[in-house]
Design a protein around this ligand. Sequence first.
Ligand code: ADP
Length: 159
Amino acid sequence: MTIALYPGSFDPVTKGHVDIAERAAVLFDELVVAVYDAPPKRLLFSTEERVELMKKALSHIPNARVEFFTGLTVGFAKKVNADVIVRGLRMSSDFEREFEMALMNKKLAANVELVCLMTNLEYEFVSSSLLKEICQLGGSIDEFVPEHVAAALKEKFRR
Ligand code: ADP
């Protein structure tokens, strides 16, 4: 039985993230989607909100569950007995960052493999940070996030 961990900030979850989770859930027996509680960036949504938004976004995937974690990703990977860490790749800058982190993670936890899934063409330019910016400026983000996430984003930026 192969357990995969899909970690991220998910601030908030986008259709790009959902797509990666759906595909990973087909490849692996169990998928743990892990919301990183304190990434080194300014967050719009609290950890609890990010977990709730993700749970609702993935409720159609029976072998996926959502948790939050504190500290090192590989530490959490060991805790949930993950064999694989899943990440998504969009452009080449994602690759450089993932490559660097993967090499370091391999030092810290030699038996956890990294599997990167390429983005769906439709979502290549979808990022949480860009969507937050667009929403704040009054642009439409409905196409790129689940309905409940669009509502939560609009609520945050309501004047
Ligand atoms: P990070 O974990 O780096 O703070 P995110 O929470 O936005 O960033 O993303 C979590 C993971 O999902 C990362 O591996 C990221 O590359 C991937 N990802 C983000 N947006 C997309 C997308 N549109 N398509 C595919 N993968 C994505």
